[in-house]
Design a protein around this ligand. Structure first.
Ligand SMILES: *[C@@H]1O[C@H](CO)[C@@H](O)[C@H](O)[C@H]1NC(C)=O
Ligand SMILES: *[C@@H]1O[C@H](CO)[C@@H](O)[C@H](O)[C@H]1NC(C)=O
Length: 302
C-alpha cells in the first residue's frame, strides 16, 4: 500500500493538473468559450432549423426563443495533461450504409462517496458520440458532438454544489454550441438513471434524461439537430479535471457500478461487446480503472 502511495505521489508530481484555462468554462468534453455554452430553460428543447446558422430553444409553451447564433469559429481550449477521460469502455453501433442507427442507450449507475477534498471536477456518464474522439487527444478536424446524462462532482459551466454530487443532461460540441439542463444536487449513495432515446424512428431528435432514482429528481433535455441522425459511438466514462491529489477522488477503490444497461439499434435490442478504451489520459490519475462485467454491466473504479 505504502509503495503504491509513493508511486502515485510521484506520478501526480510529474503530471500536474492545470486549471481550466482563463476565459474558458468547463463542460463534460473539456473547456469551451463561455459564449458557446448555454443553459437550457427548464422543460425546453433545442431546435435547429435545417441548414440554419442558429438554433432556438422551444419553451414548454411551444414558443420559440429568439435565434441563438451557432458558435462556429471558437474552438475548445487545448487539453492540459492531467485532464480528460481516465477510464472508459466503448462500442461502435449501427451502420450508416444500411441506415441502421442506434436509437437508445439506458443505464443505471451508483453515486460514489464524496471525495475528502475539493478543487476538482469529476464527471461520469453514459454517452453517444458521432466520432470516436476522446479528451485529452488533440482536437479532431471533423465536427464532434456528444449527448450524455452526466453525474458531476464540483463545478462546471452548469454550476455546482459545494462538496456534493449533481446531475444534468448535456449536448456538447467542440466547434458549435453546448447546451445543458438545470443542474440538480444529489446525495452520495443511491442511483442515477440515464436515458438517451431517439424520440421517433429515423429522426434527428433525442431525449436525454438524468434522474436520481431514490429522490425522483430529473434533469433532461431534448435536442433536435441534423447531425444526430447517426450517433454511433457509445461509451461509459470516468472523466476528471484539475485532480492533483488523490484525496480529490472518492476513497481509493470506490466503485461506481453501471448496471442494467440496455441498447437499441434499428429498433431492436443490441448486445454490446464493450472494449476498454485506450485513448484517455495515460496513465490515468490515482489508478482510475474500468472493468467490464457483462454486456449490461461495467464498473468505474476510483
Ligand atoms: C416522480 O416525479 C414525477 C414528476 O414530478 C411524478 O409524476 C411521479 O409520480 C414521481 N414518481 C414517484 C415514484 O414518486
Ligand atoms: C430507455 O428508456 C426509455 C424511457 O423509458 C424507453 O422509451 C426506451 O425504450 C429505453 N431504451 C432502451 C434501449 O432500453
Amino acid at each position: 500500500m505504502m509503495l503504491q502511495g509513493l508511486v502515485l505521489c510521484a506520478l501526480l508530481a510529474a503530471v500536474p493538473a492545470l486549471a481550466t484555462p482563463a476565459g474558458y468554462v468547463l463542460t463534460p468534453s473539456g473547456p469551451r468559450p463561455p459564449e458557446c455554452v448555454h443553459a437550457l430553460p427548464e422543460g425546453a428543447s433545442v431546435y435547429e432549423p435545417e441548414g440554419a446558422p442558429f438554433f432556438h430553444f422551444r419553451l414548454p409553451s411551444g414558443e420559440l426563443t429568439a435565434p441563438i447564433r451557432r458558435c462556429r469559429a471558437a474552438g475548445a481550449a487545448a487539453m492540459a495533461e492531467g485532464d480528460g477521460w481516465q477510464a472508459y469502455v466503448k462500442q461502435q453501433m449501427g451502420d450508416n450504409a444500411t441506415h441502421t442507427y442506434i436509437d437508445g442507450f439506458n443505464a443505471t449507475w451508483t453515486v460514489p462517496p464524496v471525495p475528502q477534498e475539493q478543487a476538482q471536477t469529476l464527471f461520469s456518464f453514459s454517452g453517444l458520440q458521432n466520432i470516436d474522439w476522446v479528451p485529452p487527444q488533440p482536437q479532431p478536424t471533423a465536427f464532434f458532438d456528444i449527448i450524455q446524462p452526466v453525474l458531476q462532482y464540483g463545478y462546471s459551466a452548469a454550476g455546482g454544489f459545494e462538496g456534493a454530487w449533481s446531475i444534468a443532461s448535456w449536448y456538447v460540441t467542440l466547434t458549435g454550441n453546448t447546451v445543458y439542463s438545470p443542474l440538480k444536487k444529489v446525495p452520495e449513495g443511491g442511483h442515477i438513471y440515464g436515458i438517451m432515446v431517439r424520440t421517433a424512428g429515423e429522426s434527428d431528435s433525442w431525449f436525454i434524461s438524468t434522474q436520481h432514482v431514490e429522490g425522483n429528481v430529473t434533469s433532461a433535455i431534448t435536442v433536435e439537430r441534423n447531425v444526430l441522425v447517426s450517433q454511433p459511438w457509445a461509451y461509459v466514462t470516468m472523466e476528471v479535471y484539475d485532480v492533483d491529489d488523490c484525496a480529490q477522488f472518492p476513497p481509493a477503490g470506490s466503485v461506481s457500478s453501471f448496471t442494467g444497461m440496455t441498447v437499441s439499434v434499428g429498433g431492436k435490442p443490441f448486445t454490446p461487446a464493450w472494449e476498454v478504451g485506450a485513448d484517455g489520459q495515460k496513465p490515468p490519475v490515482c489508478g482510475a480503472d474500468v472493468k467490464v462485467n457483462s454486456p449490461s454491466a461495467v464498473d468505474l473504479i476510483y
